[in-house]
Design a protein around this ligand. Structure first.
Ligand code: ZN
Length: 498
């Protein structure tokens, strides 16, 4: 048995000003190619690791053209995408029994396609029309009809924050091996509802996503081979952005279809709960201050619209500007991506007093904003290589690279400024530069969801701070042109509409 196994993961924010060239993939130094892909993926808990382990256990010959993961950002470069497609199709054309793909499911490619995964799968099918293809997808996948038509098995993550990536790969891979052994005959159904659910409301530990994903789990227990509830990724102006479901049944397409509709109904019944209602920034900060007055710190100030895990620039200064204007003090901020400011402060050296523009280097034409740096004066407290190993509960043991990193201390705020985008997904963002986050009154985090396992346990409270950014939860900030309409909550629906 010979299996072709690869990973290609990108969540494309079509409103993001950040480019996505070939080099963005694989830790920032380009994708892992050939056998390097196996070495890089095997120790992880990613879907591709599950595919590799299953293939090894089955004694299969394994071919890995590449493993490629990039931070969410703007559309993928067309030439880079062509190269991925060519590498994969060449490997498949040499002959194999099946293909296993670890995909995200929200890839948009500049000048090529709004459906990066569907188009890729179509190309593979053209090369090998009868070869089974198993696909794992992120819970935030925007699933399309083309993806389903051109694959054999699809299974998605069932948790957000994502802690079951390996399990999703294992499920898709196991069904594939059973298919090759003639034990099952997978048939799929796919459907969606016109619902732009907000990422802030997709925590699977809470309603409404607990119910939506729970419905998929129930259908699996009821005899489906796999059932996946996708929240979708909505900072994407494409036709199929939004909530969807894929079910896989053993030979019985009616079973797959009925289950699919039942799961989708659960999402639609909860549609209002999938919408986040915020408060004005000033009001949020007043509330944060009173929380700190009552409980002490740290209180988390969550700048969720500038969260790089949704493709945001991670350099907007609106929340810090407002917090300082309101007289908040003892704030640790992290991290702000600004290579230019890092360079300036390294040139000045530790201990020197500097005045410079921090952040706001990116214009955001998609939301009608110019970059707005914040002029700050402070002491350069620390300069590091920005490396640390995650000690916390998610991505445990992973080595993180923020690029060269500087702490600017303005008296009221200690700001971690970095060269490379990095979500604050571990206390190491602060501890690696000498800041003890547990001792701060406020922690301003560029985070939407991943603060939960790491920062909530040390916090005395948290406040969502709504500010402009291309990761915003305010859909009215975007001008959608390709998205299917009508869609909730942008459009009204009669009460009985399904
Ligand atoms: Zn995701």
């Amino acid at each position: 048995m010979k299996l072709v196994i690869a990973q290609l993961q990108h969540e494309t924010n079509t409103f993001s000003p950040i480019a996505t060239p070939w080099e963005s993939f694989g830790g920032g130094n380009g994708p892992y190619l050939g056998r390097d892909a196996q070495a890089a993926m095997k120790p992880t808990r990613l879907p591709m690791a599950a595919f590799l382990h299953l293939a090894e256990q089955a004694g299969a010959e394994i071919v890995t053209p590449f493993a490629a993961w990039a931070n969410p950002s703007g559309p993928v470069d067309g030439a880079a995408y062509d190269r991925f497609c060519d590498l994969l199709c060449e490997a498949v054309a040499k002959g194999c029994d099946a293909v296993c793909l670890d995909l995200h499911g929200a890839m948009v490619v500049a000048d090529r396609t709004d459906d990066g995964e569907g188009t890729l799968l179509e190309k593979i099918r053209a090369v090998a029309p009868n070869t089974p293809i198993a696909v794992s997808l992120d819970l935030h996948a925007n699933v399309t009809d083309r993806m389903v038509r051109n694959s054999t098995i699809i299974a998605g993550y069932k948790t957000y924050p994502h802690v079951d990536q390996y399990e999703a790969g294992h499920l898709a891979g196991s069904i594939l091996l059973d298919t090759l052994a003639g034990k099952v005959k997978p048939v799929m159904a796919w459907g969606n509802r016109p619902l732009l659910a907000q990422t802030l409301k997709q925590n699977t530990g809470e309603s409404p996503n607990r119910e939506f994903v729970g419905a998929a789990r129930a259908e699996e227990r009821g005899g489906l081979l796999a059932a996946s509830a996708f929240g979708g990724f909505q900072q994407a102006d494409i036709h199929d952005a939004g909530i969807s479901v894929v079910t896989v049944a053993d030979g019985d397409v009616n079973h797959a279809q009925h289950s699919c509709e039942r799961i989708l109904d659960v999402a639609w019944q909860h549609k209002e709960d999938f919408i986040y209602r915020g408060e004005p920034l000033e009001q949020a900060l007043v509330r944060a201050r009173s929380l700190a007055d009552g409980n002490g710190g740290p209180i988390l100030l969550l700048d969720h619209a500038d969260n790089c895990a949704s493709g945001a620039n991670q350099d907007t200064m609106y929340v810090l500007r407002a917090a300082l204007a309101q007289g908040l003090t003892d704030i640790a901020v992290g991290p702000i991506r600004d290579p230019e400011a890092v360079e300036t402060m390294i040139a000045a050296g530790v201990g020197s007093r500097v005045t410079l523009d921090v952040g706001g280097k990116f214009d955001m034409p998609s939301i009608g904003r110019k970059g707005e740096p914040l002029r700050l004066t402070g002491i350069v407290r620390a300069i590091t290589d920005g490396e640390y190993t995650v000690a916390g509960p998610q991505f445990t043991g992973m080595r993180c690279y923020m690029g060269r990193t500087v702490v600017l201390d303005t008296g009221d705020a200690q700001i971690v400024v970095i060269e490379r985008n990095q979500e604050p997904w571990d206390l190491g963002v602060f501890t690696s530069v000498g800041i003890d986050p547990t001792q701060k009154r406020f922690l301003l985090l560029k985070s939407r969801m991943y603060f939960r396992p790491v920062f909530l346990p040390i916090a005395k409270g948290h406040v969502f701070c709504d500010a402009p950014g291309v990761g915003t939860s305010d859909w009215t900030a975007f001008e959608y042109k390709k998205l299917r309409r009508p869609i909730y909550p942008l459009d009204e629906f009669p009460a009985e509409h399904r």
